[in-house]
Structures are given as C-alpha cells and as structure tokens.
Design a protein around this ligand. Sequence first.
Ligand code: F6P
Length: 322
Amino acid sequence: MSIRKIAVLTSGGDAPGMNAAIRSVVRTALSKGVEAFGVYRGYNGLINGDIEPMNLRSVSDIIHRGGTMLYTARSPEFRTEEGMQKAIANCRKMGIDGVVVIGGDGSFRGAQDLTRRGLPCIGIPGTIDNDISCCEYTIGFDTAMNTCVEMVDKLRDTAQSHDRCSVVEVMGRRAGYLALNVGIAVGATSIIVPEVPYDFERDIVQRMETTFSTGKKHFIVVVAEGVGHVIEMAKEIEERTGIESRATILGHVQRGGSPTLRDRLLASEMGYNAVELLLQGKSNRVVAVQSGSIVDFDIEEALQMKKPFDFDLYKMAHEISI
Ligand code: F6P
C-alpha cells in the first residue's frame, strides 16, 4: 500500500525536542510528496477527530521551543476497544494511512494497538526519563539533564554560603538515569536511585561525615523521585549530622525550556527516519539510538527489552564524590 497521508501526534508527558520531531515529520513527509496532518492532544485527538492538515509553515518557528505545539494527553478512552475503533474510523475518513507517535512506552502500546487494527504506526521515543529500553537517548533527556544541572548549581551557591546540605529530588518516573547523570555532573555527595537499594546511614550520613572530616562543609544529595521523601530526608539528615539541610523538589520545571542542540538533532533525525520507515512500508516499529546510530525495533520486541542500569557509572560516582 502506498502511503499518501501521514499524521503525527505527541502523547504522554511532554519533553523538550518534541516540537523539533513534529517539524521533522511534517517537513520530511511534505518533501517526499506525502500530505501531513497534526493530531491535537495525543490519542484523544484521533478519537475526537481533532486533526488538521499541516503545511511547511505550520511547523515554522517551533524548533527552539519546549513543550509540544500539538499539545499532549494521557488518554484513558483510547485504552478501550470503542475508543480505538473511533480513532481508526477518523483516520479512514480523512484518508490517513500512517501515524507517527512521539511519546513513551504507554504511547507505543497505543501505536501497536492501532497497527494491529490495520493502521500502520511508528513510534519515536520522547521522554525526559530516558526510560525506553531499546534506546540509549530519548528526546528531552539531554535538555532535562541540563536544566537540572543549572538548577542544582544555583542551589549549590546557597548551600555553600550557609554550610548546608541541599537534598534535591529529580524526576525519572521509576528510573534513575536522570538522577545518576545529574548527580555526577553536580558533584553530589550521594546519589539515590531506584535501581540500587540504599541504606540511609551508610549511603548518606556516613558519606557526609567522612567528607566533613576532610574539610567539606556543604553537600548535595540527589534523589530520584519515588525513592524517598526529600523533605523528611532533609530533616533526618539535619538530626543525624547536625548539618542544616533544605529540600528542593525540582518538579515540572525539568520538562520545560528550549531544547538543547543534542535534543533538536536527535528529534530531527528520528522524525525523518520515522517517515522513511512508513514510506518503506514498515509499521509497528520504534525508532531508537544504539551505539550512537539510528536504528529501529519492532514495538513488541522493544517493549519486552530491559534497559541496563549503568552500575559502573554509579560506582564511579560513588568513588569520586567524597
Ligand atoms: O514521564 C515524564 C514525567 O515527567 C516523569 O518524570 C514524572 O514521574 C511524570 O512524568 C509526571 O507526570 P505528570 O506531568 O502527569 O505529573
């Protein structure tokens, strides 16, 4: 079947660089003589027929913007058979014969459901969590890491001025990739991630005491969300060490901002490759990065893969941050 109309949507949590991916999908399609459509608010837009034709200028002036011009949503209705059938019917009505889905694992499950019902889909990993198993780097991860570093550097200024400990929670859903990389980059004394069981006394208190004895007076503890409650942790650190401590939850600021060069480049490459795959007659694939190169995997296979946590990097962080 030749592909004449391609739609693109963003789904799940937004990530900086999603706009660059949308732009790339639209421009690649148009430059190859294929019509392009934008779907608003993720799978909800497919269900409600909130779909607009896109031209070359529809995606002008967005490459440098965070968020997603197509808006995004998590769609409970799409998980029902009725919702999926409505989505398929709307695509058929508009003659859309391929969809590019930018999002995380949950979004790829939706893409797989659509493909199984006869509408070819390709996934592009877009999430600040970097928790897509088949992919070394997801769109938004680099920007989020840089945002966190900028924020924690500011916290360091005040922690240093007051001889305090700054306990900082970063996002990551159930993964510690953001926390580990940020923790190393900001020189955190302790990095607490879900992949490595931690002991409060050994991994925080004792490390701080050892470092204190060598002359250090201010500390940064980076904690991945969900592992511990940073406000309570800060209180406990203060009680146990006598060092005044403050907690900061970086929160949704991590999801915003202008994407870095790396995210823009990655998003542009992934968008281009997603359209190419559809035009080659492929479907149910997810575009990914492996050993620095763009590759693609069957979505089913991709969803079953397990992403290794970099324990060597964690060990290194532990050794150099005293
Ligand atoms: O998946 C991206 C992410 O920002 C996670 O890091 C976080 O756990 C979650 O989304 C927050 O979701 P919401 O924006 O719905 O609060």
